[in-house]
Design a protein around this ligand. Structure first.
Ligand SMILES: *Cc1c(COP(=O)(O)O)cnc(C)c1O
Length: 414
């Protein structure tokens, strides 16, 4: 029974080339294939080491293979995996208690991805308006350059047309406003609006922080019109900016908050958080998903939440964020021909390319990778850094060194 099976399927040799042969070509992954990670360290198939300043797009906030999370997951894997929604489970009940105690929310709905959490939030808003005000109140307002996921609904709500082209017809009654433009918000948000969805810090759209006055205006307009304010904190949440959720640093409270990415540190799990009153909209049978909040996902998320939501942990994120920002600002000052500014919050920072280097963020990303560091981009004009929240001062210094070596190389080649 317990004899180890010599699995050929699990040990079969594969390369980056295999991707091009058997994967649907939705991505163009890097040439190297990471095989092992620990903290912010990654190694590829050739044993080459990388300093990971991506954390899997702001996901592995506690680092790769964090022992605390590995222990919790392993324990749960030996206890109970899955039940289905005909039964609840202890881990999901504990996770819901912890998330509602830690936030404005009273209720949680669990699913598996950021897109699904936003889908649930938007469906809730539609149904709430439908039953409280009537079918005419159906319009959804979102921002240009926003990103809310890749289902047909969330990609239509997202503000980047390159992601919807060719997928028409799109769901109707969705309009976009300019991020941080109060006049644009005032003109668009009328009585027929059921929901306003916004990232308090735009991630994919270029690491653009929301202005407090803009977010406050959205809150006021929603109060006035009876629309629900949805904060998409899939990327900005779970300690990334030094607060558990970024709304806390503004003191502006949404009606619905969505979380995913770092919530599971890489295990797929997402949450939609809301109030008692609004949660009642999604009555028995109105919405659901097979895996949402299964014992494995809930155990991991609870472990991550408990680790991150400690004053000392969050204070260190703020400190590390300030150190990384100061480091990058010095890089910008020393390489004015390449970069123009640093923006973002906490440990989600974007370095914006200068006019002369417009469209070249990917070149910088590739040079850093060749020199042993992984960074993200956010569009063609922004190099994005989102290291694990446990990043050390030494790792920030090492990132500084590799980034400068990479820039020197690029400038020499030019
Ligand atoms: C990544 C992201 C999503 C989508 O999450 P998935 O898990 O990929 O569906 C939604 N909103 C924001 C702000 C994101 O950064």
């Amino acid at each position: 029974m317990n004899a180890k099976v010599e699995s050929t399927a699990l040990n079969r040799p594969v390369t980056r080339q295999t991707f091009d042969e058997v994967l649907v070509p939705t991505y163009a992954p890097a040439a190297m294939v990471p095989v092992r990670g620990a903290g912010l360290d990654l190694w590829d198939q050739n044993g080459k080491h990388y300093l990971d300043f991506t954390s899997g797009i702001a996901v592995a906030a506690l680092g790769h293979c964090n022992p605390i999370v590995v222990e919790a997951l392993t324990r749960q894997a030996n206890t109970l995996w899955h039940l289905g929604n005909g039964y609840t489970n202890e881990p999901v009940l504990r996770l819901a208690l912890a998330l509602t105690e830690a936030t404005f929310a009273d209720r949680a709905f669990f699913c598996n991805s950021g897109a699904e959490a936003n889908e649930a939030a938007l469906k809730l808003a539609r149904k709430h308006a439908h039953s409280k005000f009537g079918a005419h109140k159906s319009r959804i307002i979102s921002c240009y350059q926003s990103f809310h996921g890749r289902t047909l609904f969330t990609v239509s709500v997202g503000g980047q047309s390159k992601y919807t082209e060719g997928f028409e017809p799109l769901p109707p009654s969705i309009d976009h406003i300019t991020y941080n433009d109060i006049e644009s918000a005032r003109a668009a948000i009328g009585d027929d609006v059921c929901a306003v969805i916004v990232e308090p810090l735009q991630g994919e759209g270029g690491v653009v922080p929301g202005d407090k006055a803009f977010l406050q205006e959205l809150r006021d307009l929603c109060n006035k019109t009876g629309a629900l304010l949805i904060f998409d904190e899939v990327q900005s949440g779970m300690g990334r900016t030094g607060e558990l959720f970024h709304y806390m640093s503004y003191g502006i409270t949404p009606d619905i908050l969505t979380s995913a990415k770092a919530l599971g540190n890489g295990f797929p799990v997402a949450a939609m958080l809301t109030t008692h009153e609004l949660a009642a909209t999604l009555s028995v049978g109105s919405h659901g998903t097979t895996y949402g909040g299964n014992p494995m996902a809930a155990t991991v998320a609870l472990t991550v939440l408990e680790t991150i939501n400690q004053p000392a942990f969050l204070a260190r994120v703020k400190e590390a964020g300030a150190k990384l920002r100061a480091t990058l600002e010095k890089v910008v000052a020393d390489y004015p021909q390449v970069f123009s500014q640093v923006r973002g919050a906490g440990l989600l920072l974007g370095v914006v390319t200068s006019d002369a280097w417009k469209g070249r963020s990917k070149d910088i990303q590739k040079a850093a990778e060749a020199n042993g560091m992984m960074v993200l981009i956010a569009g063609m004009d922004v190099v994005r850094m989102a290291p694990a929240l446990i990043v050390s001062d030494e790792q920030i210094a090492e990132a500084d060194r590799i980034l400068r070596v990479s820039l020197d190389g690029l400038l020499q080649a030019a």
